[in-house]
Design a binder for this molecule. Structure first.
Ligand code: HEM
Length: 152
């Protein structure tokens, strides 16, 4: 489980990297009114793929580390922010973000022109990135703090 935890910790940076790249290239494409770029398309694809991988690691940890079992006693844990965070909040927010990243790729594909594509990309992937940033147990979040990096 230590290996999966390390992979889950490290893959976070790839998800964030491609998420930030997607949002920035969408903003710059919109401002320069350019044709929908291969860079935005590729980085949003990698954003989605890395997110898919992260969800798999996440659910392995969720079931193997006993968080799912604790869910049955959630009533007892509601006042404990650490328990509440990992039994409920973290995966629920991430799952909403995961649905939106897939919906975003479809919405961009269906959009009629480059400007409409950039707009959809910015809205969907911007919200996804925000949700991820909110749901990560950053080291500065006292109650749920986890390290910036883990290594094998
Ligand atoms: C539905 C998807 C996800 C599930 C089910 C999930 C599940 C979990 C669980 C159960 C833990 C706690 C592991 C433990 O201590 O036993 C955890 C930790 C963590 N998760 Fe997720 N996660 C998901 C998505 C994500 C995403 C998308 C990111 C970031 C892009 C992320 C970042 C982290 C980080 C940074 C930790 C702390 C790792 C450490 O302790 O070093 N998770 N996750």
């Amino acid at each position: 489980m230590n290996t999966i935890m390390t992979l889950h910790s490290l893959t976070r940076w790839l998800v964030l990297l491609f998420g930030v790249m997607t949002v920035f290239t969408a903003i710059s494409g919109m401002m320069s009114r350019s044709k929908y770029s291969a860079l935005t398309d590729k980085s949003s694809l990698l954003f989605m793929i890395m997110f898919d991988i992260q969800v798999v690691f996440g659910f392995v940890l969720y079931f193997e580390n006993g968080w799912f079992d604790r869910l049955k006693h959630l009533g007892d844990f509601m006042k404990d922010s650490l328990m509440r965070f990992f039994t409920l909040e973290h995966w629920l927010l991430m799952l909403i973000a995961w649905v939106l990243v897939h919906a975003g790729r479809t919405a961009v594909k269906k959009a009629p022109d480059s400007q409409a594509k950039y707009k959809k990309a910015l809205i969907y992937f911007g919200i996804v990135l925000l949700l991820i940033l909110i749901a990560i147990p950053w080291p500065f979040r006292e109650a749920v703090a986890r390290p910036w990096f883990r290594w094998f």
